[in-house]
Design a binder for this molecule. Structure first.
Ligand code: AGP
Length: 643
């Protein structure tokens, strides 16, 4: 949700920032802008619209020079998408430029205070308030320091963090960093922040609270970004900042201190993915690439975790002993959006295989409704990005209440990964398409493994566990087979692309997949789609069925087959067109469905994984047929880092 990149070094900043913005665009694409410093000359360019039509054109027509700069791609929170509301924003003097992700909650109060002091604002954003506040403190610091020492630019050390001159304080004399800290002490809300000042031609100041920020360590150059994708072409050495960290970044190094602690916890990590992993390759869209990666990403999720000898699954990072795992009485799974749908599948899996009670919560509801948690309840959060604000808040709430919180996460080093007590990585590689696909399937794959692991500590027989493990092992090949039906799904998509409404129905294990199929279609094609339990349909929603409302029926030959077929007949009787996802060899379905997509035979509990893939392709091709921007759907952004 919004993207930040900053560069300081010897190279021209503008092309690096522009390329970084392109890589960050999936984070927000309402508008974008850059601020570049050439000695004391601060140049700002910003423009409404996507990168290539907006800021890239502007920079071509009106270039900026300099070896230091910050840039931002926006997903609007305060103030409509427009040129004036785009970042960077300047302070009153025009010397300080700020880019910001997050929300300043007390911005109105701060704004009134600044207006009384004579400040005038050009935009409707909370970020401009912050820029003015920093500028105000900077002027005060300057006025004070004039008598004892002139403001000087910091000489940051060679890449190691330092706690600053005294606890909670930036290095003495670093006026810009100090002014940023002064301002942040007044701020309520969340921020990932990059600040530059015309008086400091070699310094970027970054700060984080609740919105990710990472330092990229180069040779004679350094970076600051909200998302490592933006800098992986330049360096693989990074430092993930923690909440309340403030960083001063120069070409020679960086210093980090923490506003709330005596020392900052600075650890250098290596990025696990390459530039190619985060590129679209031969595919027309990232979403399509990611759908096609699934045979591999499922393999990655399974790698090293299938234990045929012990008839169980094994994990390295749960950080719980067998006795502790055995002692869990109840699991609450909290997640948002697509990950919440995966959680519903997880509930069915864990309850069936481990006979452990599971409750699924929207992450935001979990945080604020004070649900009872007894002492042996564990919270499990699911998140592709590891940065979703609602999910992070749920994790923190559970931990605050003294509960253990585990996580299934894709992005290595993300905040949720770092703050959880233990967890399991998906190893699915960067997911850039705003509509989540491969991460959903990886999450369910891992939940199946986890259910086996917990089940084998309870009543699950070795035989049943081995069946599941073998079923899991067969998935990559089966997904490959489903992908060969792409042409058929494309044809179907063309046939149904003009529909205004859709239903997606399933029962048992495929009920959550019906919800997910509907969400995929809504997100990228803007068609109204409802996911329902096929059984629930008759209790009301069936009133909406007519000959123009297609239903995608998930009807594999599982334990619910006969009952789902009866539900299907009800739709048929009302002339609703039916697209069925059925098991290979099911001939009967042809007689009642208008169109059929076949799924390879598997265990009932693995149907969610296989059924997801054709639904992803179906949504994808409908969106393409309707000429929608698949990777940048309107109003959305990857990773929602505001509550
Ligand atoms: C998925 O297609 C969505 N764009 C969205 O619902 C997403 O799954 C949700 O915001 C949660 O994201 P996370 O998995 O990164 O936490």
């Amino acid at each position: 949700m919004c993207g930040i990149i900053g560069y300081v070094g010897k190279k021209a900043a503008s092309p690096i920032l522009l390329e970084g913005l392109r890589r960050l665009e999936y984070r927000g694409y309402d508008s974008a802008g850059v601020a570049v410093l050439d000695k004391a000359n601060l140049a700002v360019r910003k423009k409404l619209g996507k990168i290539d039509e907006g800021i890239a054109r502007l920079l071509k027509a009106d270039p900026v020079a300099g070896n230091l700069g910050i840039a931002h791609t926006r997903w609007a929170t305060h103030g409509a998408p427009s040129d004036k509301n785009s970042h960077p924003h300047l302070d009153a003097s025009g010397k300080i430029a700020v880019v910001h992700n997050g929300v300043i909650e007390n911005y109105d109060l701060l704004k009134q205070k600044l207006i009384q002091a004579g400040h005038k604002f050009k935009s409707d954003t909370d970020t401009e308030i912050l820029a003015h506040l920093i500028g105000d403190y900077y002027e005060k610091r300057l006025a004070k320091s004039w008598w004892d020492e002139r403001p000087r630019e910091p000489k940051a050390t060679n890449g190691s963090g330092s706690p600053g001159a005294s606890p909670h304080q930036p290095p003495k004399g670093d006026t810009l960093t100090q002014a940023v800290c002064d301002a942040l002490r007044e701020v309520i809300g969340t921020y990932g922040l990059a600040v530059i000042c015309a008086d400091f031609p070699h310094t970027i100041v970054g700060a984080r609270r609740g919105s990710p920020l990472t330092i990229g360590i180069g040779k004679d150059e350094n970076f600051l970004t909200s998302d490592a994708n933006a800098i992986v072409a330049h360096t693989k050495k990074v430092v993930y900042l923690n909440d309340y960290d403030v960083a001063t970044v120069t070409p020679e190094g960086f210093e980090v201190f923490n506003l709330g602690a005596d020392t900052a916890n600075v650890q250098i990590s290596n990025l696990e993915f390459s530039q190619e992993d985060a590129a679209r390759g031969k595919h027309a869209h990232f979403m399509l690439k990611e759908i096609y990666e699934q045979p591999q990403t499922v393999l990655n999720a399974l790698r090293g975790r299938l234990d045929f000898e012990g008839a169980t699954a094994k994990f390295g990072g749960l950080n719980m002993t067998a006795a502790e795992l055995r002692g869990i009485d109840r699991i609450v799974i909290a997640a948002s959006g697509t990950s919440w749908h995966a959680a519903l599948v997880g509930e069915y899996l864990i309850e069936e295989l481990a006979q452990l009670p599971v409750e699924v919560e929207f992450a935001h509801e979990f945080c604020y409704r004070n649900c009872p948690l007894d002492k042996n309840t564990v919270l499990l959060v699911l998140s592709q990005s590891g940065e979703t604000a609602d999910t992070l808040a749920a994790l923190r709430e559970a931990r605050r209440r003294g509960h253990r919180a585990l996580a299934i996460v894709n992005v290595v080093g993300s905040t949720i990964a770092r703050e959880s007590d233990g967890g399991i990585y998906m190893h699915a590689g960067p997911e850039i398409g705003v509509a989540s696909t491969k991460a959903f399937v990886s999450t369910i794959t891992i939940l199946t493994l986890l259910a086996v692991h917990l089940g084998r500590m309870r009543h699950l027989s070795a035989k049943r566990a081995l069946d599941v493990l073998r079923g899991l092992e067969a998935l990559p090949k089966q997904i490959e087979k489903i992908l060969t039906q792409n042409h058929l799904l494309k044809k179907l998509a063309k046939k149904y692309a003009k529909a205004d409404d859709f239903f997606f129905l399933g029962r048992g294990y495929t009920f959550p997949i019906a919800l997910e199929g509907a969400l995929k279609l809504k997100e990228i094609s803007y068609i109204h789609a409802e996911g329902y339990s096929a059984a629930e349909m008759k209790h009301g929603p069936i009133a909406l069925i007519d000959d123009k409302t297609p239903t995608v029926f998930l009807v594999p030959q599982d334990a619910m087959y006969d009952k789902t077929m009866a539900n299907l007949a009800m739709i048929r009787a009302r002339k609703g067109p039916i697209i069925a996802l059925a098991s290979e060899g099911d001939k009967a379905i042809r007689k009642v469905a208008n169109d059929v997509i076949y799924l390879p035979a598997t265990l009932d509990l693995l149907n969610p994984i296989l059924a997801s893939v054709p639904l992803q392709l179906f949504a994808y091709h409908i969106a393409v047929a309707r000429r929608c921007d698949v990777d940048k759907p309107r109003n959305l952004a990857k990773s929602v880092t505001v509550e």
